[in-house]
Ligand binder design. Structure first.
Ligand SMILES: [Zn+2]
Length: 1035
């Protein structure tokens, strides 16, 4: 999956819409329950079940208590009941075993009528509850150890006959988040019957299974499915009806047996069910668009990663349960369907529908990779090395599909060759879905995309093409990394995402060098370092034990740090084919299987030829098993250079005593040879401190050649002074990557308190001669961040001073930028970074140019196109005038080209007018004129301004419930929203407010990684500001 919406992120801070979070270890509590209930498509029904809150209660009730009961329909709840339920679940009990036929519209944590296990309130109740729990716990333990019995409350019950659903008095036979390993699914036979007019569907699922270990239960996943019939067949025996038990919080169902199923036996479970098409862009969900005649068209699509296949069909919904799939979909004659495999046949049905049957998958695959689409699409296709490659869009956007087809065909050929394994399916479809939350999803054979990450207009700029090509390269790489070889569990998600991200940058550098992916990758590494420096970060491979933790793995550490450490490994290996040989071996050895991180390192170790190189496993485990990265300190006495490593941790007070240790493939160059690859020297730093010798004549050393290593370097006062002088004399003495990395590192060290702000500005003096994109955009990123922080803490004088500094030092370069169509990617990136800063800071010349271009655009009636890389700055300036904002809104309404439409939305959201800001926030949340998928973009853009940040903060607090009904807690949109509204705050009062709100969200809410990170970031901003304010007076 690619959660980055490349269009929605600041180019200078590309990955900033993703945040990683710290781990939490608690069992689910009330917040989890709220999320579960929130995900139900029908909410209104349960509001009618219970009396509404007295409006006065809502008004005067403290926010904290309201939030504690979210998900319960804002009805009051007594704490005793909550405690009992939470405790009971810890014991593996299910309070939710109700008839499956009653469930589809009912939230799992809406309170049910009596009988209630724990009655309201009072000390007496508490005592009763405790006694009850002790008794239940004892019974469970006794029953557990009773031979032949398996977690049943009634002892050893007889096999139930006939079909019935779970009853209130039966206990669920499994108490863990991950499924038992005693049964393995071999194949699924799915028939789906979606009705796009009622937005419901029914399904029939046949699961063939193999018993691996003797067992009396089958446990699998199901969520929000109303199971109407269940039958079971063992071997060649007769099929008989069985009872389905359910544990709703864990989204698991089970069948219990009185006789053991024996290892080696085959069995079949057949389930019929009904459900609603989801409204939340996951599972089997509905989507719509308006055609050229103004008619609303509906379609249905799927998004199953990570935990949503269970919303479309009952299944063993974990990546290690690979199986084959035979899929049949019934549709209206005017619709079409797509799935992972090519269509095998279409059969008319008696009810006027048509059944499309797809070929059985020729490969074993994980459930999260299954996909199907129903609607109206048109395609462009071509054959690429025996694979039929097609790009599908809604009919009116067919003309925007050519670029994607061309790019995908080049990349498919490249990957076939690079991995030495051909793409294994007969066809590969790329489909643009009008409503799509992530950037794209790598379903095997049917990759789904947001329209803006797939469709490209004929006059699109290279920058727009880079966005699309990046996502295609990422998803195509997944067909090998993820689909062919899959991580065993979500704790190693980086094996999928780190690799796909690494391949997206490196493949395009070869296939489409004009896209300048090297600069983008460099920027990604800087952002990965920034995020991994926080205490709230986590190890690349990390434990995952809850649904929220699964969602939280889709973050910068898995994607960006994952890609960064792979680059470091590749750069440290002798010869440029070593790494490739290793990953080919890994793919071949584990083709069709599941792996963990050690499997990868072992494969790479096996092909190692050089005895000089350290063991890959040994080296790389130090990068994947511990969070953070090293700070390398350089000190020099004549010919002797001492290198020390310690953890770079912004909030830790005792970093020097930390036990973290990395095997660092250090690289360095010096003043006599600093540019060519041959200048690079390598030194393996395996201990806390080591020394190396350099000629006495060396004037300076630059470590981390071209910033391919994942560490930060402090050169000490003398070292920094020598490098600063060298750059001031001749900036070309180092490569642009090395100059950018010095700028990145010195700002990071300033955050750490290792260098003064004076030293930072001293280094930046050389920048009057700087013209390259990476160093300029890196400096502007940090200066803009400082400027916005000053604004948001009312330091207007200092903000004005910093603004003058930026305009003075970069003004000449800003003025040199052109406003006409540009062909070079690096020039486009440079000018968009410079001009967006110039116009943001109110530089008159920039504003006037932008206004002129907007007028020309409006007057031309569609004949004049604003260059893609300038659209953001032009629309943002236009939005500052009330009249032009209205014009922009009209243009937005009629725009059909998604990339341009997003830039218009970004422009609209950059208004400073508070009424418009509130209108936009409401519009985003209510899915009026702004698609749900663009909510993070709108919030992020609005938060750039002081007023917008404050209004959004209030808005988020007031509408938190609705937000987490839209996006799962821990998911990347929630991560992004939390980050956008907090990451530039730096005062104690802001910290108090944020802390108060987070703590009001109950234990687990406040422990989510994104919230921990937000609090840490505010504290760091506060510390940095207090330290830097005096220095800022003198710039
Ligand atoms: Zn991905």
């Amino acid at each position: 999956m690619d959660p980055f919406d490349y269009n929605s992120t600041e180019r200078a801070s590309l990955p900033r819409n993703m945040i990683e979070n710290s781990m939490f270890e608690e069992e689910p509590d009330v917040v989890d329950l709220a999320r579960d209930s929130a995900a139900y498509p029908v909410h209104s029904s349960h509001f009618t079940t219970f009396p509404a809150l007295d409006p006065d209660d809502t008004v005067y009730e403290p926010r904290s208590s309201r939030l504690l009961v979210r998900g319960l329909g804002e009805n009051d709840v007594d704490d005793d009941e909550e405690d009992c339920e939470s405790s009971a679940r810890l014991l593996g009990m299910s309070f939710m075993n109700r008839s499956a036929t009653q469930r589809s519209n009912v939230s799992p944590y809406v309170r049910q009528p009596p009988p209630r296990s724990c009655s309201p309130c009072s000390a007496r109740t508490l005592v009763v509850c405790v006694l009850f729990l002790v008794i239940v716990a004892s019974m469970i333990m006794v029953l557990y150890f009773l031979p032949g019995c398996n977690f049943t409350k009634m002892g050893c019950p007889k096999q139930e006959n006939g079909t019935s659903n779970s009853t209130d008095d039966e206990l669920f036979p499994w108490a863990q988040f991950q499924l038992p390993r005693s049964i393995r699914p071999l194949s699924y036979d799915l028939t789906l019957n979606p009705d796009l007019s009622t937005m419901d569907f029914s399904g029939h699922t046949v699961i063939n299974m193999l018993v691996l270990h003797n067992t009396k239960r089958i446990v699998l996943h199901s969520a929000y499915l109303n199971i109407t019939k269940a039958t079971f067949k063992l071997g060649d025996g007769e099929a008989s009806d069985v009872t389905i038990l359910e544990n709703k919080p864990r989204e698991q169902i089970a069948v219990k047996f009185s006789e053991e199923l024996k290892a080696g036996q085959h069995c079949v479970l057949i389930l019929d069910y009904t459900a609603s098409l989801s409204h939340t862009y996951n599972g089997f969900y509905n989507s719509s668009y308006t055609d050229l005649n103004g008619n609303k068209r509906v379609l249905a699509a799927t998004q199953f990663e990570p935990l949503y296949a269970r919303k479309a069909f009952p299944c063993f919904d974990e990546p290690s349960f690979k199986a084959t799939f035979l899929i049949k979909i019934n549709r209206k004659p005017e619709h079409m369907t797509l799935s992972n495999m090519p269509k095998a046949k279409s059969t008319p049905l008696v009810n006027g529908l048509v059944q499309d049957e797809f070929a059985k998958t020729s490969v074993n695959m994980s459930t999260y990779l299954v996909a199907f689409v129903v609607g109206n699409f048109t395609a462009v296709s071509k054959n690429v090395s025996d694979t039929l490659l097609s790009v599908y869009s809604v009919p009116q956007k067919k003309e925007h599909t050519d670029y994607a087809l061309d790019t995908a065909s080049k990349l498919l050929e490249f990957y076939n060759d690079f991995f030495e394994i051909n793409y294994p399916l007969q066809k590969l479809d790329l489909v643009g879905i009008p409503d799509f939350l992530a950037g794209a999803m790598e379903n095997w054979g049917l990759i789904t995309f947001r329209e803006s990450t797939l469709l490209v207009g004929r006059d699109a700029s290279l920058m727009e093409k880079q966005d699309v090509a990046s996502v295609i390269a990422h998803e195509l790489a997944h067909q090998w990394f993820g689909n062919l070889v899959t991580m065993s569990w979500w704790s190693d998600l980086w094996l999928n995402e780190g690799f796909a991200s690494y391949m997206q940058f490196t493949s395009l550098q070869i296939v489409m060098p004009q896209l300048d992916m090297g600069s983008l990758f460099l920027n990604v590494r800087f952002r990965a370092l920034d995020i991994d420096a926080l205490n709230s970060s986590h190890a690349v491979s990390t434990e995952v034990k809850t649904q929220e933790q699964v969602h939280e793995m889709f973050d910068s550490v898995s994607y960006l740090k994952g890609a960064s450490i792979l680059l470091m490994l590749n750069a440290s290996l002798p010869g440029d084919q070593q790494f490739r040989k290793g990953i080919i071996q890994y793919l071949k050895q584990f083709s069709g299987l599941n792996t963990d991180t050690d499997d990868l390192w072992n494969s790479l170790t096996e092909v190692e030829v050089s005895s000089q190189h350290p063991n890959v496993s040994e080296m790389m485990r130090s990068w994947t098993s511990q969070k953070g990265f090293p700070l390398v300190t350089v000190s020099r006495q004549g010919a002797e250079v001492t290198l020390k490593q310690e953890i770079f941790q912004l909030t830790s007070n005792d970093a020097r005593h930390s036990s973290s240790l990395w095997t660092i493939p250090l690289t360095y160059v010096n003043d006599s040879c600093s540019l060519a690859p041959e200048c690079r020297q390598v030194f393996m730093l395996k201990t806390k401190s080591e020394t190396l010798k350099v000629p006495e004549t060396v004037k300076w050393l630059k470590l981390n050649y071209r910033s391919t290593g994942f560490y930060i370097v402090d050169y000490g006062d003398d070292g920094w002074a020598a490098l600063t002088d060298a750059l001031f004399n001749n900036s070309q003495v180092l490569s642009a990557e090395d100059r950018a990395s010095l700028i990145h590192n010195i700002f990071a060290l300033s955050s750490l308190g290792r260098v003064s702000l004076r030293q930072v500005f001293h280094l930046l003096k050389y920048m009057s001669n700087e013209t390259e994109m990476s160093p300029v955009s890196e400096a502007l990123l940090h200066l803009n961040h400082m400027y916005q922080m000053l604004n948001k803490r009312y330091e207007q004088d200092l903000a004005a001073r910093l603004k003058a500094y930026i305009l003075k030092h970069f003004g000449a370069l800003m003025d040199k930028q052109t406003w006409t169509k540009e062909e070079s990617m690096s020039k486009m990136n440079l000018r968009s970074a410079l001009l967006e800063t110039a116009c943001d800071l109110g530089q008159e010349k920039c504003k006037q140019n932008a206004k002129d271009i907007f007028k020309q655009y409006v007057d031309s009636n569609g004949t004049f196109q604003i260059p893609g890389d300038l659209q953001r700055v032009v629309f943002s300036v236009a939005a500052q005038s009330s009249e032009d904002w209205e014009t922009l809104l009209t243009l937005y309404h009629y725009a059909t080209y998604d990339s341009e439409k997003q830039n218009m939305l970004r422009g609209l959201a950059s208004t400073q007018d508070t009424r418009k800001i509130v209108w936009l926030l409401n519009g985003a949340l209510n899915n009026d004129i702004i698609k749900v998928q663009n909510i993070p973009l709108v919030f992020k853009t609005i938060c750039r301004s002081f007023a917008g940040n404050l209004i959004t903060w209030d808005f988020i607090q007031d509408n938190w419930n609705q937000l987490i009904q839209t996006f799962p807690l821990g998911s990347f949109p929630i991560q992004s929203i939390v980050k956008s509204v907090t990451f530039q705050l730096s005062t104690q009062s802001h910290l108090n407010q944020v802390q108060y709100f987070f703590s009001s969200l109950s234990e687990r809410g406040s422990q989510s990684r994104s919230m921990q990170e937000a609090l840490e970031k505010i504290r760091l901003n506060q510390r940095w500001m207090e330290r830097s304010l005096p220095a800022l007076q003198n710039i």
